[in-house]
Write a protein that binds this ligand. Sequence first.
Ligand code: GDP
Ligand code: MG
Length: 141
Amino acid sequence: MALERTLSIIKPDAVAKNVVGEIYARFEKAGLKVVAAKMKHLSRKEAEGFYAVHRERPFFNALVEFMISGPVMIQALQGENAILKNRELMGATNPKDAAPGTIRADFADSIDANAVHGSDAAETAAVEIAYFFAATEVFPR
Ligand code: GDP
Ligand code: MG
């Protein structure tokens, strides 16, 4: 088992639904600790930069528009196997395919408005955490 950190975003749809606390409770019950957090309304540039890997995908513009449609809650989570554990808590990208009891099955409405983001690998987790947080904003420092 490896102690890992991962980047999580509660997307505009879930913030608007007022389920930030319910989603945090799932992280905590699974042994994931919030080690950094901020609420932010992303600029277009920030959202495009964050999702740069998807720039050539047909859904890129819709994804960016959605991500800037309202404030998001951004957090770094720490725990044993945090990256995979968070992906399991999230469920499949399309909520129609997400297993019962996952965040996306319970709170997401569509593949666009799918409630949460989570890093998919150690390399992307490090890059994504550094995209939103200075080293001094992740605890313990
Ligand atoms: P994730 O890691 O499960 O969030 O999925 P991806 O990294 O593949 O895609 C990033 C985000 O783009 C997803 O969370 C969706 O919001 C959106 N997305 C991915 N695939 C599609 C698609 O086929 N159509 C649409 N409209 N959006 C998509
Ligand atoms: Mg992804």
